[in-house]
Design a protein around this ligand. Structure first.
Ligand code: 2YG
Length: 266
């Protein structure tokens, strides 16, 4: 997963309501409903004290990252706050405040942890299943051919979810071995050896981590794209031509929250 930059997320704290309404128009679900659909749990609005801890390791904090995560969680009713301190001191502050769930990210992992037990939710997994569930909300994937681009943690989780939902998953990754490994976890998914012609697919889940490589000429009008990948693979002209379900941080974060609670409550 690529590293976010401030301009990817600076709009989030003030746009949650409006974006969720747009998401709902596209998928027939709110992001909270899509997260629960992805996790196969009933809709719910649990209120958990949740700490978001800035982490200074590696390349350091990303401006507005913790505030964005906090705003996303507050949007779905979590009692969320950003700790005043960072790193281990932030962890102490979270425990002292009685946080039940903790969100934090370094340069390699973005995860949520339940303080009450050995439960955690990884952003890659949560993002993959949630964008698969969002695509399912938009087009009902059962029996439909769905192209999954990218067989990393996000693409693999999405492929598995879609395969379980009865879609005919076609998986492509430039590293054939990665695509094969992901397909092995699926009941019916098939693997492409060569880069696919995107025009041959009406439904595409794009979990690739590169920006701007899909141009308008590469896609057919009306194709439905569900894109967890950052930076956005479609150029703005391509995005105009298709139905694009995409957000940089929101849906994955919401799904991590529900995933932790699902495990806490058994
Ligand atoms: O605490 C901070 O501000 C920083 N240590 C956060 C660093 C996050 C780095 N990771 C990313 O930018 C993405 N992998 C996060 C997930 C993107 C959404 N799938």
């Amino acid at each position: 997963m690529s590293r976010l930059i401030p301009t990817d997320i600076s709009h989030i704290p003030t746009s949650m309501q409006a974006y969720d309404a747009e998401f709902q128009k596209q998928t027939g679900m709110t992001m909270a409903q899509a997260a629960c659909h992805g996790l196969h749990i009933p809709e719910q609005s649990p209120v958990k004290k949740t700490a978001v801890i800035p982490v200074t390791s590696g390349l350091g904090v990303i401006s507005r990252f913790s505030e964005s995560v906090c705003a996303i969680l507050q949007h779905i009713g979590a009692d969320a706050f950003v700790t005043g301190k960072t790193d281990v001191a932030g962890l102490q502050e979270a425990y002292a405040a009685g946080a039940e769930v903790i969100f934090l990210a370094d340069d390699d992992v973005y995860a949520a942890f339940s303080t009450g037990g050995a439960w955690q939710s990884d952003n890659g997994f949560a993002t993959g299943i949630a964008f698969a569930a969002a695509l399912d909300g938009a087009v009902s994937c059962a029996e439909k051919k769905v192209l999954v681009l990218g067989a990393g943690p996000v693409g693999s989780a999405a492929a598995k979810w879609l395969d379980d939902a009865g879609a005919q998953v076609v998986l492509y990754d430039p590293l054939l071995e990665k695509a094969k490994a992901a397909a092995e976890k699926c009941a019916h998914a098939t693997v492409l050896c060569d880069a696919p012609d995107l025009k041959q697919y009406g439904y595409i889940l794009d979990a690739t981590p590169n920006g701007g490589w899909i141009s308008a000429e590469d896609v057919t009008e009306g194709t439905v794209f569900s894109v967890p990948g950052m930076p956005l693979s479609l150029t703005s002209e391509a995005a105009e031509k298709v139905t694009l379900i995409h957000n940089p941080l929101e849906l994955g974060t919401i799904t991590m929250y529900y995933d932790c609670i699902r495990q806490m409550e058994g």
